[in-house]
Design a binder for this molecule. Structure first.
Ligand code: GTP
Length: 320
């Protein structure tokens, strides 16, 4: 598509090398209020104000001839009715069969408009950048808050998990962990016949300690006994406070024979502990997993072994 130079939003003047107008567009004719025939064949400075004429001949034209271009120069033309017409001129040389120059004129009013539009666009862009920065800040603040909430949530979950599995007085695992571990050991035994032993143990005549020294003293003894029982256990062993003054030990890959030795060591340790609350002893009931055992059969046998120990005079280890 050929550009329609007559409808350009700026005036166009084509000059030959001798600075004589060879063509103009309609926009320029309209601004100057002159017919094309009045303009072609003349020098362009003919329609400029005195000052602009000097500037054009002394500066613009020499620059154009020397460098081949002149940019954003201010000149004032005069219309046929005598009105000054300030313009911004940009010009460049044209090579080829008919060498010369082409001058593009933009009225200053229009330039101001363009500048205003540019300023407006810049302002809008700045506002958009500020809004973007604010939005980014908000997103970052929200992301930070989310991170904190997630941290709080995982802390809370960890606390809940602890509360669900820990005895608050002694810090030992609770009955929930006992159930989980026994079920895991039973499953392992049924799959691989790996033996394990269950030890139930109970502080002897604990009621007397409570009665004589008070409930707080009883709590102190429970904590100390928990420590004694915990000493020397393997990573894979599980020590649980079942409730009251009863504890359970689940010893994986352990026979009843081996469990007796473990229980004896614990019994001696507790008996040595004594402390401010007089003699403290424990009774132990042991059993080893049998082929047709269930969780309750296993527990029942260990409990009967513990009963045997109590019945036989306490501070001893019995096996069933
Ligand atoms: N201080 C304290 N006492 C507890 C706690 N849980 C249970 N007890 C007490 O433990 C005592 C257990 O008494 P009993 O079941 O009669 O058994 P025992 O006195 O140890 O006698 P034997 O088991 O036959 O040797 C009761 O007095 C309970 O109140 C606890 O968390 N803290």
């Amino acid at each position: 598509m050929q550009p329609d130079i007559d409808r350009l939003p700026g005036g166009l003047i084509v000059l030959d090398e001798a600075n004589i107008v060879t063509a103009v567009n309609r926009t320029l004719c309209d601004w100057l209020g002159r017919a094309e025939t009045e303009l072609v064949g003349h020098a362009p400075e003919s329609w400029m104000t005195g000052g602009s004429r000097i500037y054009y001949l002394g500066h613009v034209l020499p620059a154009l001839r020397l460098h081949g271009h002149a940019e954003e120069m201010t000149l004032t033309f005069t219309s046929a009715s005598g009105q000054p017409l300030p313009v911004l001129l940009s010009a460049s040389s044209v090579a080829g069969d008919e060498p010369g120059y082409q001058l593009l004129l933009l009225p200053m009013q229009r330039r101001n408009l363009v500048e205003e539009q540019l300023q407006q666009a810049r302002k809008t862009a700045e506002q958009a950048t500020e809004e973007k920065a604010r939005a980014l800040e908000q997103v970052q603040a929200l992301a930070h808050e989310l991170e904190q909430r997630q941290e709080q949530l995982s802390e809370l979950n960890a606390k809940l998990e602890l509360m669900a599995t820990q005895d608050p007085l002694t810090g030992l695992a609770n009955r929930r962990v006992y159930d989980r571990q026994i079920e895991a050991q039973l499953a392992l035994f049924h799959r691989t016949r790996t033996p394990f032993a269950l030890v139930l143990t109970d502080i002897d005549l604990f009621k007397r300690i409570n009665d004589r020294f008070g409930h707080d003293a009883g709590d102190r003894v429970l904590k100390d006994v928990a420590q004694c029982l915990h000493q020397g256990l393997r990573e894979i062993d599980t020590l649980v406070r079942m409730g009251g003054e009863e504890f359970a030990l689940i010893l994986p890959s352990t026979t009843a024979e081996q469990a007796i030795r473990v229980a004896e060591r614990k019994r001696e340790l507790v008996a040595q502990y004594g402390g401010r609350y007089g003699e403290v002893t424990m009774s132990f009931g042991i059993t080893e997993i049998c082929p047709h055992d269930t969780k309750s059969l296993l527990y029942g046998r260990a409990d009967r072994a513990l009963y045997d120990a109590k019945h036989q005079g306490r501070n001893r280890v019995c096996v069933r």
